[in-house]
Ligand binder design. Structure first.
Ligand code: TYD
Ligand code: ZN
Length: 421
């Protein structure tokens, strides 16, 4: 491991504190989206420490090792999944954001990490002016082609000032699943302050730490996700940067996420009831003290051991097992549980950029679903966040006697007999 590409966290990116509780360490794990070309051996594949700590002051859950974004996103193969679940979710986001911003037709909606522009297209349909910002040039180009103006840049205070000059202030700045990827939150929030209209809203969607802990979604821990947030923690963060938490919605996507909105601390939007309720719940349920996180680590180790045993037993019984969805989560799951080519014959994935490559660390071939000639007996569902949609779509496979292993919160096998109930 070349140490110059890793920065070890000292002070908390939310509150500046330095009192950390060690939560869990997974040892060294390769990058979640570091899919490789098939080869005889992989001597140059790097693995980096994957370890989570909790700030005893603001209860931010953070990775200890921050991999240089230039390295992390160099081979970025993530594109927003073209799934019914996601399309519907994006419409929900438009509706929820509209509660606050819909009163201003023609208002500017800026999205940070706009990927290929799907979410902004949904905003465009409602008559909003839109602008995407995403450093991935290949994705920004696709978005542009689809009619979504997109800047291929990193968002920060410098860029925000330029955007405000050229396009005016934004009534909504949206960041869906980008906030957890950002190390320097202060500069991004300075950018938000520079670009947001006085009565505008900054709305982020992040995986909810309470859901991750309760449902043991340990595989959502990978190097791209530097932070795992409670509402209390976000509230602390916003307050330190002149903003006020206004509203929060719990969402089912990605194993449980929250859509959290903030406005200027001296702006017109008050703090909603639901914000207080969730903050109270977090305190009452123990999320502001060590115990919950110790217990999380114990339960994760148990689930991992169970899953490994289950899959190995199936293989020992002569069952053919493959992975379904070569997700980023799958990289953590397979590497941490020690499941590889001995257990999984292949992984199917709909993303063209991943097909023909092998999975990071475990080197399982990734194939297009339609290229599978002999379906396995069971699929390990590595894209479990789409479980409902996938089980529905794979009804024929289930009816023919196939099964799915659902890894979290507790490894379970779903077969046609059960799902047809
Ligand atoms: P995603 O849910 O975006 O999660 P992560 O952030 O963990 O990568 O990724 C799901 C992966 O699964 C993605 O590579 C696309 C793939 N996929 C399928 O192969 N089939 C499907 O039906 C769906 C919904 C996703
Ligand atoms: Zn902190």
């Amino acid at each position: 491991m070349s140490t110059d590409v890793v920065r070890f966290v000292t002070d908390c990116r939310v509150c500046g504190g330095e009192r950390w509780q060690k939560v869990i360490s997974f040892g060294r794990v390769p990058l979640a989206n570091g899919f490789l070309e098939e080869a005889d051996s992989y001597p140059h594949e790097e693995a980096y420490p994957l370890e989570v700590v909790s700030c005893r002051d603001c209860r931010l859950l953070s990775l200890t090792a921050v991999v240089d974004p230039q390295v992390l996103y160099r081979t970025y193969s993530y594109v927003t999944s073209d799934s019914e679940t996601m399309r519907q979710h994006m419409r929900t986001v438009v509706r929820l954001c509209g509660h606050h911003t819909g009163r201003r037709p023609g208002g500017l909606v800026v999205e940070l990490g706009s990927n290929t522009g799907d979410q902004l297209l949904a905003f465009q349909e409602t008559g909003a002016r839109v602008l995407g910002i995403d450093p991935a040039r290949n994705l920004a180009a696709i978005a542009e082609e689809r009619g979504v103006p997109t800047l291929a840049e990193y968002f920060g205070s410098a860029l925000a000032a330029t955007v405000a000059d050229e396009h005016g202030k934004a009534s909504l700045i949206l960041g869906r699943h980008v906030f957890a990827h950002i190390d320097d939150l202060a500069d991004v929030l300075a950018g938000v302050r520079a670009l947001l209209a006085p009565d505008g809203l900054f709305t982020i969607e992040v995986p909810y730490a309470v859901d991750m802990v309760e449902r043991l979604e340990f595989d959502t821990i990978y190097h791209e996700h530097l932070s795992y947030f409670l509402i209390s923690t976000l509230d602390t963060l916003f307050a330190r940067h002149g903003l006020r938490t206004v509203d929060v919605e719990r969402l089912a996507v990605h194993g449980g996420s929250v859509l959290v909105s903030a406005g200027f601390a001296d702006g017109p939007h008050p703090t909603g009831e639901r914000v207080r309720e969730l903050i109270d719940h977090e305190r009452a349920a123990g999320y502001l003290s060590d115990g919950v996180y110790q217990e999380f680590a114990t339960r994760v180790r148990h689930t991992c051991a169970e899953l490994t045993r289950l899959v190995r037993d199936l293989v020992a019984d002569g069952k053919r097992v493959a992975g379904y969805g070569a997700s980023a989560k799958g990289t953590t799951l397979l590497n941490v549980c020690g499941l590889g080519r001995d257990e999984l014959e292949f992984c199917t994935d709909t993303t063209p950029q991943k097909q023909g490559k092998v999975t990071p660390g475990t080197h399982i071939p990734v194939v297009a679903p339609q290229a599978v000639r002999r379906p396995p007996d069971l699929y390990l569902l590595l894209a479990w966040n789409y479980a409902e949609e996938i089980l529905r779509r794979e009804a024929a496979f289930l009816d023919a006697g196939g099964g799915f292993v659902l890894p979290v919160p507790e490894p379970t096998v779903r077969t046609g007999a059960v799902t047809a109930r």
